[in-house]
Ligand binder design. Sequence first.
Ligand SMILES: Cc1cc2nc3c(=O)[nH]c(=O)nc-3n(C[C@H](O)[C@H](O)[C@H](O)COP(=O)(O)O)c2cc1C
Length: 169
Amino acid sequence: MSKSKVTKIEIKLNDNDFIVSKTDSKGKITYCNEIFMKIAAYNESELLNSNHNIIRHPDMPKVAFKLAWDLISKGEEFFGFVKNRTKNGDFYWVFTNITADYINEKIVGYTSVRRKPNPSAITTIIPIYKKLIELEKHGGMTQSADFLFKFLEEKGLTYDELILSLQGE
Ligand SMILES: Cc1cc2nc3c(=O)[nH]c(=O)nc-3n(C[C@H](O)[C@H](O)[C@H](O)COP(=O)(O)O)c2cc1C
């Protein structure tokens, strides 16, 4: 199946599924656990050395990843809801946390741990991501970032506060 093809089939994580991966400093996968391979339907040799965007789903707005990279490259952790694409085009939602890995105070890579998202958080996030993607189609990431920050300002929340409250943490 081509990389852009997607199905409407959702794969749901179980309560105890922890999907772990590690990357180098550019986002190339250096480690993934069994459950990652099982859910994404790739084998280890297909994932190792591939860019992490191998599981990128077209329903994800670009601004979500920009925010993630802006934070993690500064050594700050990222929390977010991500819709990922399996090898055959199915999708799975995760609640993700990404942190930097250091050697001698220098960032050498990143680790991501993902778990089952709160279903009500996904119901809230779907229309927001749809809006962000629509804005990106017409006006690029400047427009989606503007919308996101205005939305947060109106709610009186930081990005982290929004995400963690949606997950119920
Ligand atoms: C540790 C780590 C984990 C990541 N996990 C995902 C992921 O699960 N899904 C995803 O689409 N991108 C993930 N990314 C971000 C990708 O590197 C990439 O920025 C994103 O898929 C957007 O791809 P694009 O820039 O080609 O549009 C991760 C990055 C890092 C450093």
